[in-house]
Design a protein around this ligand. Structure first.
Ligand code: COA
Length: 427
């Protein structure tokens, strides 16, 4: 009789065997209690692969689970960064839109899925709550599902529903949902946010990534009108604009009058807002991030960030040199979708420097080993606190000039010299 109700998380995950590929529900819905139990359980097993996006999971010390469990990261976050950088976990560069395809096409095997869900409703459906991402696809293909049922998980609308009967084992416990605090603003991020906001026209449809720059841009859009939201991540910055009446979703071609997202990360207030709210639809990330879908909303504006941009417009976002820092994520999905949308704008915004103004993030060449996430053919608007470089349709020489103009002033002369010496570009 499905599902088996378990008295402990450990009992629930004990159906996982050696050599299995396990997918975990992610973002702020990470099933932390199940993962903690899995780490203990894995010590009695061999060769379990834990597949994940960004997760808010308990840290594992490098080497602690060697031979028992290895993380396979489709996006690298704080909890997995050290493991990946020290060679104790693997990183897979992939567009976020294509992670569900890996499962659906059978490229990536999945045996068991761990989920963190709301209790079943009167129809016997649980909700994946604040994170749908690639978990729906993993559920379709997995042979076993282990669920942590948490009364505090919001019941969200969209692709989030999973029949209770589909679960193999369930463990019930009320725990608080992970809160993600907004990043601190600095003078630089506030300035960048203002420059972005000035580029955004009324009736635009927005995609925002995580972090101080997207938050600053949203804060500066107080006086905009009739904005729409079609994004992978829903945050408090967006909610503030909903409350101020700036977001109406009225002019979207796809899902008018609805906020479309794949996951939410933020405050309890944000989670209360999405709870049982049919105006917010949580959809499979293969759909939210599909270029084909994104481009159908006119004036789509994609706002993403970067680690480094070279003078030809190549954007490194997933590594610092060869050291993997994050992931490809949805950057290219939305940069391309926004470029193809009528009147759309694809924006990469970053502070001009790193490490207390000692490093220019605009550099003649990317660091050796740096990963190009957005190619120079895809890059349109690059923004720093010093302004906007419009690269679309520009030659290499014109690009270098535009990018040097938005570099920190103290690095401009050096950049011009290096552009000439290393790239043969006379500015
Ligand atoms: N050289 C050396 N170090 C650098 C650097 C450079 N050129 N650029 C940044 N850094 C360091 C920073 O100093 C910081 O280090 P610290 O944490 O020790 O202070 C770290 O790298 C992160 O930089 P920061 O500017 O704080 O990053 P962020 O939190 O704003 O994130 C990305 C920027 C690019 C990592 C992030 O946007 C990302 O992961 N993008 C790819 C995926 C994506 O775009 N998805 C879509 C939206 S979800």
């Amino acid at each position: 009789m499905r599902p088996k109700k378990c008295k402990s998380a450990h009992e629930a995950i004990s159906i996982i065997q050696s050599d299995e590929f396990v997918w975990t529900h992610a973002m702020a819905a990470t099933p932390v209690v199940l993962l903690q139990a899995l780490y203990k359980h894995a010590l009695s097993k061999k060769n379990i692969t834990l597949m994940q996006l960004h997760t808010e999971q308990p840290d594992i010390e490098a080497g602690e689970l060697e031979g028992h469990l290895r993380n396979r990261c489709f996006f690298v976050g704080t909890s997995t960064r050290k493991l990946v950088q020290s060679g104790h976990a693997d990183y897979i560069p992939i567009f976020l839109s294509e992670v569900p395809l890996l499962f659906r096409r059978g490229t990536q095997k999945v045996d068991t899925v761990l989920v963190h869900v709301s209790p079943p409703d009167k129809h016997g459906l649980c909700s994946l709550g604040i994170s749908v991402e690639a978990t729906v696809a993993a559920i379709e293909k997995a042979s076993k599902i282990v669920a942590h049922i948490n009364p505090n998980m919001p019941r969200t609308h969209g692709d989030s529903f999973v029949p209770y009967e589909l679960f193999d084992t369930v463990y019930e416990e009320a725990i608080p949902i992970h809160i993600h605090n907004q990043a601190k603003q600095t003078e630089v991020t506030t300035r960048i946010g203002k420059i972005i906001a000035d580029l955004v026209e009324d009736r635009s449809c927005l995609q925002m990534g995580i972090g101080a720059i997207p938050d600053a841009a949203l804060e500066a859009m107080d006086n905009h009108k009739d904005l729409g939201i079609h994004t992978e991540m829903f945050s408090d910055g967006i909610l503030n604009l909903v409350e101020k009446g700036v977001i109406s979703n009225r002019y979207k071609a796809k899902h008018p009058h609805k906020i479309v997202t794949s996951f939410a990360m933020g405050s309890q207030k944000l989670y209360d807002f999405v709870d049982d709210n049919p105006e917010v639809v949580f959809l499979d990330v293969g759909y939210t991030n599909s270029t084909h879908v994104i481009q159908q909303n006119s004036r789509t504006v994609a706002i993403n960030s970067a680690i480094q941009v070279d003078l030809t417009g190549q954007v490194c976002a997933d590594s610092i040199g060869p050291k993997i820092y994050s992931g490809v994520g949805g950057q290219m999905d939305f940069i391309r979708g926004a470029s193809l949308s009528e009147g759309g704008k694809a924006i990469i915004a970053l502070p001009s420097t790193a490490k207390n103004d000692t490093i220019s993030r605009i550099s003649p060449m990317l660091l050796p080993g740096a990963g190009v996430v957005t190619t120079r053919a895809h890059a349109h608007y690059i923004i720093t606190e010093y302004g906007i470089a419009e690269l679309y349709g520009k030659s290499l020489r014109e690009r270098a000039k535009a990018l040097i103009n938005i570099a920190h002033p103290k690095f401009r002369a050096q950049l011009e010299k290096e552009a000439y010496e290393a790239l043969d570009l006379t500015i």
